[in-house]
Structure formats: C-alpha cells, structure tokens
Design a protein around this ligand. Sequence first.
Ligand code: 3HC
Ligand code: NAI
Length: 704
Amino acid sequence: MTDQSPVRYRREGKIAFIDIDNPPVNALSAAVRQGLAAAVAQLAQDEDARIAVLSCAGRTFIAGADISEFGKPPVAPVLPDVVALIEASEKPIVAALHGTVLGGGLEVVLGAHYRVALPGTRMGLPEVTLGLLPGAGGTQRLPRLVGLDAAIDLVTSGRQIDARRALELGLIDDLAEGSDPRAAGEAGARRLLSEGVGHRRLSQMAAPTVEADMLDAWRAKVAKSARGQVAPLRALETIVDGLALPFDKGMAQERQAFLDLMQTPERAALIHAFFAERRAAQQDDVAGATPRPVQRVGIVGGGTMGQGIAASALTAGLDVTLVERDEAAAAKAAAGIGKMLDGAVKRGKLDADAAARMQSQAFRAVSSYDPLAEVDLVIEAVFESLEVKQEVFRTLDRICRPGAVLATNTSYLDVDLIAGATTRPQDVIGLHFFSPANVMRLLEIVVADSTAPDVTATAFALAKKMGKIGVRSGVCDGFIGNRMMLAYRTAADHLVLDGASPYQVDQAVVALGFPMGPYQVGDLAGLDIGYATRQRKAPTRDPRERVPVFADRLVESGRLGRKTGRGYYIYDDASPQGRPDPEMDGMLAGIRTDLGITPRDFSTEDIQARYMAAMVNEGAKILEEGIAARASDIDVVLLHGYGFPRWKGGPMHWADATGLDWIAADIGRYAEEDPYFWQLSPLLARLAAEGGTLAEPKTGKDAA
Ligand code: 3HC
Ligand code: NAI
C-alpha cells in the first residue's frame, strides 16, 4: 500500500481497520485489489492485531468489479485470488456493509468471516445483467451460505435484496443500527473478540445437494426469463457443476465460465448499455449552467400522460398543481392519479402514508390557470395540436412568473413553434415522457433553438430527481424515438404490402428479442392514432410514398386494436393476448391485387434485416443531422422507450457489431426496389466505406 493507495490500514488497540476509499462507488480497480492484498498481508504481520474490520468510505461499500477494466488484459492480483487471501487470513475479518454491495463487492464479503450491515444496505450479484456471472467465488460460496434455491435465484436474476432479507437468508450475521459502517464493524469485532468466536470459511462448508427435480424446474424458469441471453443459464450450470466438485475445482470452472462470457457479444452489448445510460446525462455545453430550483410543478392536461407525469412527480417528492379544462375533468384526473399511487402502494413501491400525504398535501387539481403563477416549472400535456398547444403557451406566458420553465410533452410537434407563441422562448423546452409515464424511465429532453442552457440543465436535473433517464434530442418530427419508430414501422408495412403477413413480421421481430412486434404494439396503442397522423399528412404526402392501405382499411371498418376487441389480432375471452384473424390474408390479398403487387415470400431473416436496416439508417441520419449528440443516446432511447433487447445494446451498437458495410449493402439492394424510402444515410455510406463505426463516427476526412 502506497500513500496513494485507495486502501488504508490502521490499527487501534487489537482491532485493525481496512478502509477502501475509491470514489464514486469503491469499484474493485487494480489499485484496490492490490491494496486489499497488501492490507491482508499487513494484518498477518501486525502482531498486535487480533481481528480486522473491512469497510468503505463514501456513499457505498464496494459496488463490484471495475466495469471500465472489462475487455482489457487482466492485472494481478485477480479478484478470486484477493478473496481467497481474505478468506485464508488467520485473523478474522469482519465486513461492515452500507449502500449497495454488488457483484465482486459481495464476493469480497463472502470471503470475510463475519458480515454486519447497516439498515438500508442492498446486496446482489448483478453480473448476469452485464452478460457475465459472478467470477470471484459467488457461484460457489453463496450456495454454501444461503442454500441452493436462494443462491440460484440471486445469481440468475441479478436482483438485489435488502438487509432485512439478507439477515433472514443468513447472508449477513447482524443488522446493525446507525449510519456509520466502521462503528458497526468495530462493535461486531469487539463482540467476536469477547465471545472468542473462531473462523467460518465458506469454502470449507459442505456444498448443498442438488435435487434433479428442482434443477429441472430452475432450468425451465431461467430459460424462460433469460430469452435469448446466454449468461443466466451458464450461471445456473456453473453453480450446479461446481458444487459437485471440490471447492478449488469449482472455482476453476467458475473462472473459465467467467472468462468465456467476457468474450461474448452479449457482454459487450450489456456493458455498452450500462455506460450509455450514464453518458446520456453528460451535457458538455450546459455543464457550467446551474439548474433552476424546481419544487412546485404545474401540469396542464390531466389525460393519460398528465396523470402519469403527475404521479411520477409526486412520487419524486415534488408539489403538483394540475390544470384541466373543467372541474369534472380535474376530478377525473385526480382520481386517476390516486389509483396510480394506490397501485404503487400495492406493488410495495410506495409507503401507504406517503401516498396519502402526497394526495392530500402535495397535490391539487384545478380548472383555472391562476395557481400556475406560483410554480417553478410547467409541463403541458394537452391534445397533440399545434394550435391548442400554442394557445396554452400564450396563457402560460401571461400567468407564470419570470424564470419559470415552460415544457411541452408533445410527441411530434415543433418545439420552436410552440416556444414562439411566448415572449420567453429561452424558457421553453420539450419534455417528452413515455407512456405509462409513472413507470417508463425514458425522458427525451428536446432542446429548441432558443432554449437557455440553464433550462436544459434544469431538465436533466429534473429527470434525475424523477428517477428518469434523460436523453437530449434536437427538434425534428418525432424527435429521436418516434422518428426511428416511423422508419422501422414503414419497413414493416412495406413487407406486408409486398407479401408478408403481419403475424410473420411480429414473430420475426419477437425472435430478435423485442417483447412485441410492430402490429401487436399498434393494437395495444390503438390503430386510430396512426390513422389520424396519416390523414393529417395526406395533403402534403409525396406521391412516391407507399401508403399502408391495409392499416387504413382496418380503422375504417372499426377495428382499432385491443380497445375494440379487434385490430390486426382478435382479442376475446379465449385469447386475451390476441390471435391471428382468419380474414387478414383475404383482405391483404385483395389490396395487393388492387395495387398490382405480386406477393413475395420473405424469410424471417429477410424481415429482420429490413426492419433493423431501416432503424439503423434512420439512426445514422439522426446522428448526422445532430438531432442526437451521440450514437449511444439513440441506443438508450430505443432500449428504454421501444423494447429494444438490452443484450443487443441498442440499434447503433448492434450495427457497429454487425458491420456497417453489410447493412449499407443491404440498403443499396432494397433501394433498387424502392429508392424513395431506402435512401442511404450519407454518414452510414461513408463509415461503411471507410470501416468506421457509428460509436466513433469521426474517421477519414473528419478526423484529419
Ligand atoms: N465499475 C466502474 N464504474 C462504476 C461501477 C463499476 N462497477 N459502478 C458504477 N460506476 C460508475 C458509473 O459509471 C458512474 O460514473 P460517472 O459518474 O462517471 O457516470 C458512477 O460510478 C456512479 O454510478 P451511478 O451513476 O450508477 O450511481 P448510482 O448511485 O445511481 O448507482 C450503483 C450506484 C447502484 C452502484 C450503480 O452504479 C450500479 O449498479 N453499478 C454497477 C454494479 C455492478 O454491476 N457490479 C457488478 C460488476 S461485475 C463484477 O463485479 C464481476 C465480479 O463477479 C468478478
Ligand atoms: P389525452 O387526450 O389522454 O389527454 C389530454 C388532456 O388534456 C385531456 O384530459 C383534455 O381534457 C386536456 N386538455 C385539453 N386542452 C386543455 C387545456 N387547454 N387546458 C387544460 N387541459 C386541457 O392525451 P394524452 O395521451 O395524455 O397526450 C397528451 C400529450 O402527450 C400529447 O401532446 C401527446 O402527443 C403526448 N404524448 C402522448 C403519449 C401517449 O402514449 N399517449 C406519449 C408521449 C407523449
């Protein structure tokens, strides 16, 4: 340990204190691993030390291996060796936990001889969420401590448990009072010293037996929830195979499995997603701007979105004033919000007293704009009409105090035109929440031409406070997400016009890892929404644009999707999730004949390639137009707003991993059939030719 080491060793009387201080989350970097190994060696040599307390400074105990080191050559000592050194210590080591004890952090703890946690501590082995498995003994020590069922559950799901549950499972020995982990560790160490309790080394405990029936049930369960991912099943097999071996051999095969998974595209994609989510919040151009304080929020419009946004804001501890058109609508919105909060209480996400307090003290629903004079920020969520929204913003301009942030939740409309209805366009921004807004974590932050930097900074701070992932978008029709969706939906519609069935398309998309295909999504959202948009755009439509006549036909015959029991699918008691409609083939055949289209066969791979190519091509256009600042922001939008499979990292990451040259060549072929829709993005064309990537688009000329 050098003076610069993030690990410090100090002794007071008979107790040695090993403190880790590696902000922000005490990740197990090479320096921490080296420091821990040195501290354990010092403990052995320190004749006056009888016991040690291992604790961490800052907001959390060790939150895991240092993810930024993954993919690079390993630096000694590797973590399994450090944990083995801790466990082998002749003097007991007490781990004192607080914050989030995750992954390699929990594995270090399993190497210790006694575990005490502060209230509020959360623990877990989230490695599978990064495409990995616990690689420092977690698969072998945890089952010996808490039993097979609990260990399989924690390792294969990656979920976290709280300290109370950890105590029930025997994962910790004691749940301490107070807020000082070091003091809790010291109290535990004094007790052990006075009681003369010896070592408990988990590697020396008997392995639990594995019943064949139970294993089959776990395999089935994990295969179902892991859909398309390799790590959870590999983790299950690693636990079970290892337990049949002597401990050392079990450890060796865990290490091999960990190293194998480290090489998978799934691991690269999941870690890309982890960092992409955090990078989205980094806004260099507003870094110096101070966010405006926001405590009182106004919401205009208490429909689907207004209610969800209100529930989400209240849960985040904000005061909410909701304005509706009349008293009846205000009361209806209030009831809807109450229901959402009650739902959160039922799901154990919210305390019942807190929910009641939010509704009685922090919330009011009114039919007058006047109370908005007091608020710090307003979110408008009225009908999607430019005229209606401009009228609302003219009113807000008149009523709100100077400096209040005025935000619109529009899905498609031009935020500059909305801002232009006010005398303070610098205070106007888009906050595009996703439905249901009290559940969905994505928030597109739409920065208009005249939006002030501190307003953008306020939006990002609000996103964080509300537990959302804010992603910046420039102004364009549909911003990042809905613009991407329009592109891949159009590719799907063309496939259906040309011979595929909507069911075939949905199946191919689900096989990619999306929870639903585009036609299932359409039925869920209501087919009338897309119909209204097509009607609105019809007068200015380019004659080369291909119209999804079949979609219009459904709506015109009253088939609006789930809400009418029939859309692309039929929904009834026998099939609440929908079943194919036997009349669909006939309707499509008639339309193709009318349009003079000779239907073609499309394979699953054809469908998937076109769907993904449309998405990637549009993403590249969004990037080159500067609507998104980085490719990874587009990935975050698709991952959190549109069901893109996380283990593929998002469309831009997927494209880089697949090869831009392949995708560009495919688009070139599709363009021979339909040059209007399949216009290759110049950025994609250049990167494909130069061997560049969307993640680092500055190659060739730009880099020079
Ligand atoms: N390695 C490196 N950096 C990490 C990290 C890790 N394990 N965990 C978090 N960070 C970084 C983040 O990138 C972020 O950096 P930034 O400020 O530059 O953007 C910073 O720490 C703070 O992170 P968050 O913004 O996420 O802070 P929160 O307070 O919201 O959350 C957390 C804290 C719950 C610890 C969350 O960061 C988290 O879940 N981290 C990942 C934990 C994890 O997956 N651990 C397992 C790693 S794999 C492993 O241990 C393998 C082993 O078995 C061998
Ligand atoms: P909605 O129709 O459910 O609700 C709109 C509400 O606004 C109605 O309750 C109406 O009474 C109220 N309203 C209309 N004019 C008003 C005024 N002048 N003052 C006060 N209240 C007024 O619509 P929804 O779905 O909530 O959409 C609202 C906005 O959110 C739209 O701009 C929409 O594009 C956008 N949006 C919708 C999403 C969705 O999935 N529904 C997702 C993201 C954004």
